[in-house]
Design a protein around this ligand. Structure first.
Ligand code: EPU
Length: 311
């Protein structure tokens, strides 16, 4: 599908009532045949919709590659999404789960999006609050699930960018290059992020994976304090009124890190990433995920929630 007209035609001519829009497919685990029409999004294009001395409003159509869009902005020194370099997938998938990495989330640069209402066949505009973004969350994953197709996303980018280098590994790389948050440019941050991702996360084109398989869970402060007595090394970051605990650490403590089960496994450099060594079915990956969920629940009384979309 290359245009909204293609989408309308596909839906109008289809005998199905359910539709799955596939961007890059990099965050989807297919365990069953899908009982509907799968539509591959190839709607491309970028437009500057407003520009002044400080900002650019850039509208990007949803079938564009996310990483290529980041590179396009970095080349022009339009700041805001450089920390999100090398995330696989498309622009349309980004607001769906409010993608985030290295201290930045999509919502930080989001202006608005256009979404096609699959019932009314109207194009509607959603501002930030209407998208109800949260940690790997949006209204499109919850209340409005299955009702809209994201057509374009408009970003507010900074022509006088400030750097987000709070994340320890980014700082370390900048320091090695003799740079600091004051002297580094967004290209330096993008390069650092690409370097970190390449060193920890397997390339999905080489080793099948969908990035972090689970979300980092939030637990109560009381629960965290009780665990800390038993596991003094546990890490936690205050979030809302609780503590966010790194799922990778929990999984590693349950001795899954680097472990292979058939053709599936938890990645040796980042336990949170489940990999397909080749030929594993979606159901086998799903079973591994269930076993990991069970171990983490048994050891820490924490329930891990998948981050990937399981179909
Ligand atoms: N950790 C371990 N063992 C591991 C992996 C991690 O102990 O095997 C610990 C680390 O020591 C670190 C903490 O967990 O203290 C956090 O690890 P990391 O910085 O690698 O990030 P993460 O929390 O595992 C999240 C996102 C990633 C994003 C990174 C960087 C989620 C679910 N994942 O991972 O996003 O790239 O932070 O900001 O929030 C994705 O969504 O697919 C994804 C890769």
């Amino acid at each position: 599908m290359h245009s909204l007209a293609d989408l309308k035609q596909a839906i109008a001519e289809s005998s199905h009532e359910q539709f799955m829009f596939l961007g890059g497919g990099s965050n989807v685990l297919l365990c069953n045949d899908y009982a509907g029409l799968v539509i591959r999004n190839a709607i491309k294009g970028k437009q500057i919709v407003h520009e002044d001395d400080d900002h650019v409003l850039l509208k990007v159509y949803s079938g564009e590659s996310w990483h290529e869009t980041v590179m396009y902005c970095v080349e022009r020194n339009w700041g805001g999404i450089e920390n999100l370099s090398l995330i696989p997938g498309t622009v349309g998938a980004a607001p769906m789960q409010n993608i985030g990495a290295y201290g930045v989330e999509l919502e930080n640069v989001f202006d608005h999006l256009e979404a096609f209402n699959l019932n009314s066949f109207e194009l509607e505009s959603f501002n930030k609050s209407q998208c109800a973004f949260g940690y790997r969350e949006s209204v499109f994953k919850r209340k409005l699930k299955g009702q809209y197709f994201i057509y374009s996303v408009t970003f507010k980018l900074n022509k006088k960018p400030s750097i987000h280098a709070d994340y320890g590994d980014i700082q370390a790389i900048l320091n090695e290059k003799g740079l600091s948050a004051e002297t580094a440019g967004i290209k330096d941050v993008s390069d650092a992020v690409i370097h970190i991702r390449q060193s920890k996360l397997p390339d999905p084109k080489v080793l099948g994976n969908s990035g972090s398989f689970f979300k980092n869970p939030q637990i109560t402060i009381e629960h965290f304090e009780a665990l800390k007595l038993q596991f003094p090394d546990i890490k936690g970051y205050p979030q809302n009124d609780g503590m966010k605990v790194p799922a990778g650490w929990l999984i590693e403590q349950c001795e899954w890190k680097g472990k292979r089960v058939g053709n599936t496994g938890s990645h040796a450099k980042q336990a949170l990433v489940l990999v397909n060594y080749g030929g594993a079915t979606g159901s086998e990956i799903y079973q591994l995920a269930q076993d990991i969920i069970q171990s983490v629940a048994d050891k820490f009384s924490i329930h891990l929630e998948p981050e990937v979309n399981i179909v």
